[in-house]
Design a protein around this ligand. Structure first.
Ligand SMILES: *Cc1c(COP(=O)(O)O)cnc(C)c1O
Length: 372
């Protein structure tokens, strides 16, 4: 991942070599909520720092949720958002879990569209590149009592972006979490809340220091069941038992501790389109490691908005490294990735209705309606 500072520069330079969110764009869309007025004060503003009182609730009790979604350049030169309504609904679910106000999807969609329209000049167009949008919602009331806030602010930020592990999609390596816990059932693992990332950072830093790209989180009770990475869901490609040349795809089920990834959902749908059987099933880490060694597990990949789809070539646990599929990107991973990217870039028919066009000629905040 890129670790450069976020610095505003001219849009052409940022487009040429965006890295992953190294440069922010010129604008933000901002919307406020208060218990008195509900959602109000929507505006598209120049990008600027925010100031807050040191007693602001988000700083103390962590009411902070966010989203990550992308807009992609289309063959006709327009821009389109990928599954924005699904991201809107997930932000609302995350907010509900943290006792925060739920933003209507129509407002979320309008803000995203306005921002993409305003910062269209920042959107890079090479395959895999996009404009990464980060809606961030925080508690803004200053009050030190332990309770939910009566005021929230949602800021929509935009960044030109390469896939976070690069456009070459080189396979990544992962280290199992061994004793550290990201989420437990009944907790907030399924919410895209800032605290989840704070909870995962130390383990991730330790994995990085040992040369691994990411942490493969196991369940917090038995440390046996594979869950996901710190910001990506995982899929396994198994040689099917009954068919000589067939494969099947599995992914851990969403039972409250893993993110309901929009990319995960897209991969499940695309696998269906491609005729690859896919099931959501609990997967023990032992089966993954022994399967990789015996050749029954032929591929593993991770997926998320930031990375798109990236092969996992190596897993390490207490007993050392296990290579998957020769450490290379396998055929199924490549096929799923290409199919998804072609839909995102408008090259393949969008049969699922995932793209939402952002037209240049109209402002949407007062006119757009939620069609999904
Ligand atoms: C955001 C996220 C994902 C991926 O979700 P997408 O909707 O596909 O971007 C997966 N896991 C975690 C923990 C996440 O935060």
């Amino acid at each position: 991942m890129s670790d450069g500072a976020v610095t505003s520069t001219d849009s052409a330079a940022a487009r040429r070599d965006p890295g992953f969110c190294r440069f922010h764009t010129d604008h933000t869309a901002v919307v406020h909520w208060s218990s008195d007025h509900g959602w109000s004060d929507y505006s598209l503003e120049p990008y600027a720092p925010i100031t807050m009182d040191p007693g602001t609730l988000v700083l103390h009790y962590g009411q902070s949720v966010f989203e990550g979604l992308k807009a992609f350049r289309q063959p006709d030169g327009s821009a389109a958002l990928f599954r924005p309504a699904d991201h809107a609904h997930r932000l609302a679910r995350s907010a509900r879990r943290l006792a925060m106000a739920e933003m209507p999807a129509s407002l979320f969609l309008a803000a995203c569209a306005d921002l993409v329209r305003a910062d269209d000049g920042w959107l890079p167009g090479e395959p895999g590149q996009g404009l990464y949008l980060r809606p961030l919602m925080i508690a803004t009331e200053s009050a030190l009592g332990l309770r939910d806030s009566r005021r929230y602010r949602c800021t929509f930020l935009a960044y030109p972006a390469d896939p976070c592990f690069g456009r070459a999609f080189a396979p990544i390596s992962v280290l199992t979490s061994a004793g550290a816990v990201r989420a437990v059932r009944g907790g907030v693992g399924e919410a895209k809340c800032s605290g989840n990332y704070a909870a995962s950072l130390l383990t991730r830093k330790q994995a990085n220091a040992r040369g691994y790209d990411e942490v493969l989180w196991l369940d917090g009770l038995e440390f046996r069941w594979v869950e996901e990475l710190s910001g990506m869901n995982v899929f396994f490609v198994w040689r099917a038992d009954d068919e000589r040349h067939g494969v099947r795809l599995t992914t851990p089920p969403c039972q409250g501790t893993i993110m309901r990834g929009v990319t995960r959902d897209s991969v499940i749908a695309l696998a269906g389109d491609l005729g690859i059987p896919v099931t959501e099933e609990p997967t023990p880490i032992d089966a993954v490691l022994s399967g990789a060694r015996s050749g029954r597990l032929v591929e593993m990949f991770a997926c998320g908005t930031a990375a798109v789809v990236v092969a996992v070539g190596r897993i390490a646990d207490g007993d050392g490294d296990t290579v998957i599929g020769g450490g290379q990107e396998g055929a199924v991973t490549a096929r799923v990735r290409h199919t998804l990217m072609e839909i995102q870039h408008g090259i393949r028919p969008d049969t699922h209705g995932w793209l939402r066009s952002v037209r240049k000629d109209r402002a949407s905040v007062h006119s757009s309606t939620d069609r999904q």
